[in-house]
Structures are given as C-alpha cells and as structure tokens.
Design a protein around this ligand. Structure first.
Ligand SMILES: Nc1ncnc2c1ncn2[C@@H]1O[C@H](COP(=O)(O)OP(=O)(O)OP(=O)(O)O)[C@@H](O)[C@H]1O
Ligand SMILES: [Mg+2]
Length: 134
C-alpha cells in the first residue's frame, strides 16, 4: 500500500501560504486524489494555514510546522503554530448566510472527512483528514 510523507516549516508570512497549498497539493496528487477532492484539500489547507499565520503567530519570525502523510488510504495534514490557541468549542457548527467572515473552520469541516483542533500549551494544531474514495 502506498505511503507518502512531507514535513516542513514556514515562517509566518502571508506570502508563504501558497507554498503550503502547493506542497500539499503535490502530495495529494501523488497519492491519487483528483478533481473536486483535490480542490477541497487545497482550500481546507489554505484556511488552516491562513489562521495559523493570522492568529497563531505571535511575531513575524514565528514558525509554522506542516506535516502531511498519506497512509491507509487517507491523507493526514497537520498544521501547527506557536500561538496562544483558542477554544474550538466556541466555533459554531454552521455560520449564518449573512455572516461576512468566520467561515474558515466551517469550510474545513465541510470539505474534509475529519477536522480536529487542539491546543497543547505550546501552540494550536489543526489536523485535517481526507479519505481517498476510489
Ligand atoms: N490557529 C489559531 N490560533 C488562534 N485562534 C484561531 C486560530 N484559528 C482560528 N482561530 C480563531 O477562530 C476564529 C474563527 O476562525 P475561522 O477561520 O473560522 O474564521 P476567520 O478566520 O475569523 O474568518 P475567515 O476564515 O472566514 O476569513 C478566528 O476568528 C480566530 O479567533
Ligand atoms: Mg480563517
């Protein structure tokens, strides 16, 4: 069974978000994801890394760690920041249609099979999981 891994870090600058989306997309393609699923992975990854840059990086030199692995027919992406975290329980299950923002986490949940957000005292980590369906 196919197993793939990528592990890297970026400095928390907005211009580095594209590199994360690209690298995850490359690994997902190699794993066999296609079409809409590939787009879902890219969008959810972009939302998670944007949050890590905007809210999880105390200064411009803060690092964000990205781990991605494809194993047992599922893609696991972890995005870990160095911020003060937040309580994911306060994120609504659904955002109203008239809300202008606050959609990122709801989007991640809609597009991925599983989304887990944890704070471990050192930073926040977002785990995103997408199953390969074919
Ligand atoms: N890594 C993080 N560290 C600290 N707080 C976070 C983190 N990710 C999200 N949050 C908090 O959760 C809130 C909701 O995040 P979400 O991505 O759903 O919406 P948003 O970033 O406010 O807006 P949008 O993603 O639609 O531009 C954020 O406003 C922020 O307060
Ligand atoms: Mg967001």
């Amino acid at each position: 069974m196919k197993e793939l891994r990528d592990h890297f870090e970026i400095t928390a600058h907005p211009q580095n978000a594209g590199e994360v989306r690209e690298r995850i997309r490359t690994l997902a393609l190699e794993a066999g994801f296609i079409g809409l699923d590939l787009g879902d992975i890219e969008i959810a990854t972009g939302e998670a890394v944007t949050n890590a840059i905007l809210y999880g990086s105390p200064n411009s030199g803060s690092q964000i760690l990205i781990s991605c692995c494809f194993t047992q027919n599922a893609l696991h992406i972890e995005i870990r920041d160095q911020g003060h975290g937040f309580d994911p329980a306060r994120i609504p299950v659904d955002v109203g249609t008239d809300a202008l923002g606050g959609r990122g986490i709801c989007l991640m949940r809609a597009l991925m099979d599983q989304v887990d957000l944890h704070y471990d005292g050192k930073g926040m980590s977002a785990h995103l999981l997408k199953k390969l369906r074919h």
